[in-house]
Design a protein around this ligand. Structure first.
Ligand SMILES: [Fe+2]
Length: 324
């Protein structure tokens, strides 16, 4: 048996034991994710599962959240995992992610993963990209990057998804090349021409957004953000008027700085769907359900492992945007 098989079997046996013992919560079914009148497109976004071959609470929280999706009567249009899919980019970790997501692929029409620093930081860019693409292609309904880099886009009738990803291996930040920035500018522009909102997904956010750098407990101003290209990225967003920038990385439970509206672009920070959110609202297995209508977008925070939406007394539990 390979070392990778050994760890995968261990991860699987812990998950099964905890499920059978009742240690993984069973989500309630009385607050389903259902399309309301006029709702054109519905998707779920999770941050940072960070599935790990030794911190087993991560896979259990991720699995618990996915049980909520499994409970839905109708498939949701898309699920996006906003990076740090794994703790260390190991084959056994990706295999567990694939195992869990294949369990709900009948309830999600399109499954997207984007890379985070934890997914790409320990080996060569090409090797990790290949491993990442193989993992996505092993998931039924997984939408696979083209294989030369991580960024790509998908047009839906009512909105556009733009998936970003680092162009170099790096430990904490994300290097975004000039080529990717130019591509991003064109892609957002195309959505703008069609009067569609552009959901731009990246693992790290811009500098000084969502409580950075304080929430990262850092003395410099780049840690926790995308890093050096933050200003250039912001300028791309400012060229347009239809961008919702959706990121993970911060592991902050829903709070007053989860969402920030900068006029031409909006920033939404997704909590971790794994274990251990920071802040006052620190429940495990948090994420957002995002609903696109002809004239507005509604984002609702959800405690997936409990199968219920976050109480609207919590800041940013429900965000409503008028379509520009
Ligand atoms: Fe991260």
């Amino acid at each position: 048996m390979s070392i990778s098989d050994f760890f995968y079997n261990k991860m699987l046996s812990v998950l099964n034991e905890r499920e059978q013992s009742g240690a993984i919560p069973t989500p309630a079914t009385n607050e389903p994710i259902e399309k309301s009148d006029g709702e054109l497109f519905t998707f779920v976004v999770f941050g940072d599962p960070q599935v790990s071959n030794y911190m087993f609470a991560r896979e259990c929280c991720f699995y618990g959240a996915c049980k909520d999706i499994k409970n839905q009567a109708e498939p949701i249009d898309a699920l996006l995992v906003a990076g740090d899919v794994t703790e260390n980019g190991l084959k056994c970790e990706f295999r567990m992610v694939s195992h869990i997501l294949n369990g709900i692929s009948d309830k999600v029409s399109n499954i997207f993963l984007i890379p985070g620093n934890h997914d790409i930081r320990l080996r060569s860019y090409k090797k990790q990209l290949k491993r990442f693409c193989n993992a996505v292609s092993s998931i039924k309904n997984g939408v696979v990057p083209n294989g030369t880099n991580y960024h790509f886009s998908v047009d839906f009738p009512s909105c556009k998804f733009i998936m970003m990803g680092a162009d170099r291996a790096s430990f904490e930040a994300a290097h975004i090349s000039r080529e990717q920035l130019d591509w991003l500018d064109r892609e957002i522009g195309l959505a703008e021409k069609e009067n569609k909102p552009a959901f731009v997904f990246n693992h790290q956010t811009l500098k000084k957004v969502h409580g950075l750098p304080d929430v990262w407990q850092s003395n410099d101003n780049w840690r926790g953000s995308v890093g050096r290209q933050s200003e250039l990225l912001k300028r791309v967003f400012e060229n347009h008027s239809n961008v919702i920038f959706v990121t993970g990385h911060l592991h902050m439970g829903v709070w007053e700085k989860t969402f920030e509206d900068f006029g031409k672009y909006k920033c939404l920070s997704i909590p971790t769907v794994g274990a251990g959110n920071h802040g006052e609202f620190s429940h495990d297995s948090q994420g957002y359900v995002i609903s696109v209508f002809e004239d507005k977008i509604i984002a609702r925070a959800r405690l997936f492992s409990q199968g219920k939406f976050v109480d609207e007394t919590i800041p940013n539990a429900k965000i409503e945007l008028k379509k520009i």
